[in-house]
Design a protein around this ligand. Structure first.
Ligand code: ADP
Ligand code: MG
Length: 311
């Protein structure tokens, strides 16, 4: 039996800008269940409503309508318990420059009412690789270290659910790898439910078991990553020919491109064309195959096909 970590029903948010400016209907009635123990990706183009949704979960933004249950606690009925179950790593680097990393963790623990005996600041500093910087002032920390400290702050009250809003936007490869590593560790070793927003589809493909795609405040897809990837029937066969190919083969329904390494990338719709058809085309043109592999549609293709209509 899978428990539900987050249950969202009819969630709406309207921002009122005042001064006659139009209202912004940022979330238009979202229903979403996020299973406990999963790594869940919330995807969508800029302005889709991802941060609004996460900030509502975190208790930082008030919803306009709907119901949110976190770890089975209704946000409106049990605000304290529902807030205790979730830790949020925000996108902005909002750190008090006068606290050291250890100080910042202790203050955060105090805010959440974590008794001294249950605080694990040293362990958290180790996890995010800041044990050497425990006593350094936040203003002397690099951007990457600040981000790691924000992750640490999200963990002080030992939440069951960790939410990360664009955790790797604009970070270098090394830090991205470290954050991915941390997320995996927390998910696998502690069974923590991880929810992340990202506009790097590669990140979602790499990290997430399940994905919801939102666009203009509405959910346009919700499925396992594997199913979403399988949803598009575009397949690409990559063929390494025995000898260089002069004229590219052509057939209706098969798009052929030559790549720099001399391979032919042959894309086709699996519903209309079979792999055998593609191979037959090569045979007809007398192209002998040294090697062949297939590429599946990327999440990017799925994403574009679902969000382009309303762009
Ligand atoms: P995302 O995180 O997916 O980029 P956001 O949730 O930040 O999207 O924003 C969704 C929509 O709500 C956008 O059109 C944005 O301009 C608007 N919005 C976000 N915050 C506010 C706010 N405080 N006041 C008014 N409009 C807002
Ligand atoms: Mg955002």
């Amino acid at each position: 039996m899978t428990q539900t970590a987050i249950e969202i029903r009819g969630l709406q948010k309207t921002y009122r800008s005042g001064r006659g400016a139009p209202e912004k209907h940022a979330l238009k009635g979202i229903d979403l269940d996020i299973p406990a123990g999963s790594v869940f990706g919330l995807l969508g183009p800029n302005g889709a409503g991802k941060s609004t949704m996460i900030n509502i979960l975190a208790g930082l933004v008030l919803k306009s309508a709907g119901q949110v249950k976190i770890w089975d606690f209704d946000q409106d009925i049990n605000p304290r318990q529902s807030r205790a179950a979730i830790g949020v790593m925000p996108q902005e680097l909002n750190l008090d420059p006068f606290f050291t990393p250890r100080g910042a963790l202790e203050v955060q623990a105090g805010l959440y009412g974590v008794p001294k005996s249950q605080r694990t600041s040293d362990e958290i500093l180790r996890l995010v690789g800041l044990e050497d910087k425990a006593e350094a002032y936040a203003r002397t920390l690099s951007g990457g270290m600040r981000r790691r400290l924000l992750l640490g702050k999200a963990l002080v009250h030992h939440p069951q659910i960790l939410v990360l809003d664009e955790p790797t936007a604009g970070v270098d490869i090394e830090l991205r790898q470290m954050l991915w590593e941390n997320m995996r560790k927390l998910n696998r070793e502690r069974g923590m439910t991880i929810i992340l927003t990202t506009h790097y589809l590669e990140e979602a493909e790499e990290m997430c078991d399940e994905i919801a795609i939102i666009d203009h405040g509405e959910m346009v897809a919700r499925d396992s990553t594997a199913n979403l990837l399988g949803q598009l029937d575009t397949k690409t066969m990559i063929v390494m020919p025995e000898a260089p190919v002069g004229t590219l083969p052509y057939a209706p329904g098969v798009e052929v491109n030559q790549r720099e390494d001399g391979t032919l990338a042959m894309s086709y719709h699996a519903n209309d064309t079979s792999a055998e058809d593609v191979l037959e085309l090569l045979r007809q043109k007398g192209i002998r195959i040294r090697d062949v592999k297939t590429e599946q549609a990327s999440l990017e293709d799925v994403f574009l096909s679902l969000t382009k209509s309303s762009a």
